[in-house]
Design a protein around this ligand. Structure first.
Ligand code: SAM
Length: 218
């Protein structure tokens, strides 16, 4: 699996509990905003894939709040998969599938996941390279059904600029650990969506300077 081991500690702050569940303060902080964001998309029912589900704290809230969507959580990391299982087991949600291993930067994954009405990705693109981002966006497009929607959320540059001191420090810590990582540019994202055949519907401003790109497969 193609995931990176040398990220700065600020990239993924999680506390581990006795049963293997991970608790991420940032995931808890932005959960309600993410639920509202997804609730407000046109997609109300069908198959929903979450890429890079992390601890699993978002997907349990999403599945509880949006019961007509069938949620498939995923991550590249076995520790995260275990944590997603722990959070899922607490909630007994019939619309929440067991988590699966998925490296979203690996060419070809869409073939195994075709048929998605909604694909959600939160807080991954700054932790992968631009080339990997390009593959990921193409595979997202391939995995969506016609009229399917993708939501890509995270920290981004605005027209090539970092917009706060915190963003500058975080981006700098990422590129110091690996020059291929770091915030992607909002303008470049629009180019990648277009190349992948996705129609850009909106860019939503989210708390803590994050953006959410909403795109649709024609
Ligand atoms: C910053 S965490 C975000 C987790 C969650 N989405 C959230 O916002 O709380 C990044 C997550 O991406 C996962 N990840 C890293 N590389 C990945 C890849 N190539 N494919 C899928 N997931 C990946 C990590 O294992 C981690 O769970």
């Amino acid at each position: 699996m193609n995931h990176r081991k040398n990220l700065p500690t600020s990239a993924c702050v999680t506390n581990i509990e006795g049963d293997g569940r991970l608790n991420a303060p940032s995931a808890v902080r932005n959960a309600e905003h993410i639920v509202e964001l997804v609730r407000n998309t046109a997609i109300k029912s069908g198959n929903a894939l979450e890429i890079a589900s992390g601890t699993g704290q978002h997907v349990v809230k999403l599945a509880a709040a949006l019961p007509l969507l069938d949620w498939q959580p995923s991550d590249v990391d076995e520790t995260r998969i275990k944590s997603i299982r722990c959070w899922s087991n607490d909630h007994h949600l019939t619309n929440l599938k067991p988590p699966c291993l998925l490296d979203a930067t690996e060419e070809g994954w869409a073939a195994d996941h075709y048929g998605q009405d909604l694909i959600l990705l939160v807080n991954l693109l700054h932790l992968i390279s631009f080339e990997e981002t390009k593959i990921l966006v193409k595979e997202v497009s391939k995995a969506l059904v016609p009229k399917g929607v993708s939501i890509i959320y995270g920290p981004f540059m605005r027209k090539g600029k970092l917009i706060s001191k915190n963003d500058m420090e975080f981006h700098h810590s990422l590129i110091t650990s690996d020059p291929d990582l770091g915030y992607k540019n909002d303008v470049d994202m629009l180019g990648l969506f277009c190349e992948a055949g996705l129609v850009h519907l909106s860019t939503n401003k989210m708390p803590a300077n994050n953006l959410a790109f909403i795109t649709q497969k024609p």
